[in-house]
Design a protein around this ligand. Structure first.
Ligand code: SF4
Length: 83
């Protein structure tokens, strides 16, 4: 999933100029994602952002990461109880 962090975006327009298929300006002059089609997506646009506002997020990976964190916490808790 392509994401723009609006709290970081300064509206420089680099992403819109490079990749108008995926990015456009919103009503506040900041970048917004207009397509999640990854077919023609190039990671170059991520590097083009001067403030690092663009990222790719994999929802399934996040869920797995959270699950791993919970498991690790539970293991640590059970070790403390055992000690
Ligand atoms: S390149 Fe980055 S700062 Fe510039 S408009 Fe796009 S998201 Fe905003």
């Amino acid at each position: 999933m392509i994401k723009v962090d609006e709290s970081k975006c300064i509206g420089c327009g680099a992403c819109v100029a490079i990749d108008s298929e995926h990015f456009d300006f919103d009503e506040n002059g900041l970048s917004k994602v207009i397509s999640q089609d990854m077919t023609n997506f190039s990671a170059d646009v991520i590097d083009s952002c001067p403030v690092g506002a663009i990222s790719i997020e994999n929802a399934e990976e996040n869920i797995e990461t959270q699950a791993e964190e919970i498991t690790t916490e539970q293991i640590e808790e059970s070790e403390q109880i055992a000690a």
